[in-house]
Design a protein around this ligand. Structure first.
Ligand SMILES: Cc1cc2nc3c(=O)[nH]c(=O)nc-3n(C[C@H](O)[C@H](O)[C@H](O)COP(=O)(O)O)c2cc1C
Ligand code: SF4
Length: 286
């Protein structure tokens, strides 16, 4: 990027912030995580080999992020809060931003500039880890340092589904706000249910990442725990089962394991009849 490219980027970012304000948003983000934004890539010494004032020292590599935050604050004034979402660690040691190295130093450098710090681990596969490999609150060891560097509120994520874990994070001074992406997909009424003490009613995210695979394949977002996902408004969470009572559904299968397929279909969809085509002899039968 030459200097004009950087000026263009800053202007586009500024314009987007103004559009967000006009649209009525309360918080506007500056984004520097998941290795998906130029602001983060400027921070990374493995990617930033510039020899001007945007490269070299960490202060220089953080210049663009600082400018984007300042531009955004200037654009939205007191109407919106300006949050920074930043990678507190990239889980690649010194080759990347680390919670006890350069991520920490950048956050210390910009500590009071944003209105809210939103911290996570980068890239996305590290951030949205499945329950097979990461337990609830798994990001704590990488993000807990942030509150010691700033007086601004800090929000973090980590597949929080249990109110006890959430309260523990707040009470122990790890976070000020609980972020919940997948838990809110599985149950958009999560905060309300906690507020009303309806803990047993929470439809818990199981960390299977079907939702993530939808995003990766550019298909409609789906959730294994919440078939009403995407149906906003009154319908959310209130849909009845679509299984038919008559059990007259009919399925056909020509797969090699015909009998197995039939059993599977019967078991999973409750169909009473499966139509399987006659088997054709093949060489394996000889
Ligand atoms: C389907 C899906 C889409 C996401 N899209 C974004 C996105 O556009 N921007 C972003 O910063 N994070 C995005 N994330 C990451 C989440 O904001 C969050 O950091 C991550 O899922 C870990 O939090 P969780 O354990 O509460 O889900 C997405 C996550 C999911 C599951
Ligand atoms: S598909 Fe649903 S249950 Fe699975 S990880 Fe995503 S939100 Fe959680």
């Amino acid at each position: 990027m030459d200097k004009q490219d950087i000026r263009d980027l800053r202007n586009w970012h500024r314009d987007a912030a103004i559009r967000s304000k006009t649209a009525g948003f309360d918080i506007v983000y500056v984004y520097a995580t998941h290795d998906l934004s130029i602001a983060q890539q400027f921070l990374e010494k493995r990617k930033n080999d510039r020899i001007d004032e945007y490269g070299g020292s960490l202060e220089n590599r953080a210049r663009l992020l600082r400018e984007l935050i300042e531009d955004t604050k200037d654009a939205v004034g007191d109407r919106c809060a300006v949050a920074v979402r930043i990678a507190a660690d990239e889980l690649m040691g010194d080759a990347g931003l680390t919670h006890d190295g350069e991520a920490r130093d950048v956050i210390a450098m910009l500590a009071e500039l944003p209105d809210l710090w939103d911290v996570n681990i980068s890239t996305w596969p590290n951030d949205s880890q499945t329950s097979r490999f990461a337990k609830e609150g798994f990001q704590e060891q990488y993000t807990s340092f942030v509150k010691s560097l700033t007086t601004k509120p800090v929000v973090g994520v980590g597949r929080f589904t249990s109110p006890d874990t959430m309260v523990s994070q707040i009470r122990r001074g790890i976070l000020d706000f609980i972020g919940a992406a997948r838990p809110s997909i599985a149950d958009p009424f999560l905060p309300k249910k906690i507020e009303e003490g309806r803990i047993d009613d929470i439809r818990e995210c199981i960390g299977c990442n079907m939702c993530v695979s939808s995003d990766y394949t550019s298909t409609n977002l789906r959730c294994t725990q919440n078939p009403t996902m995407g149906r906003n408004g009154d319908a959310a969470g209130t849909l009845k089962s679509s299984r038919r009572k008559s059990r007259k559904d009919r399925f056909s299968s020509s797969a090699p394991g015909r009998r197995d397929s039939r059993q599977l279909l019967l078991r999973h969809v409750g169909a009473s009849k499966c139509i399987l085509p006659k088997r054709r002899p093949n060489s394996a039968d000889a």
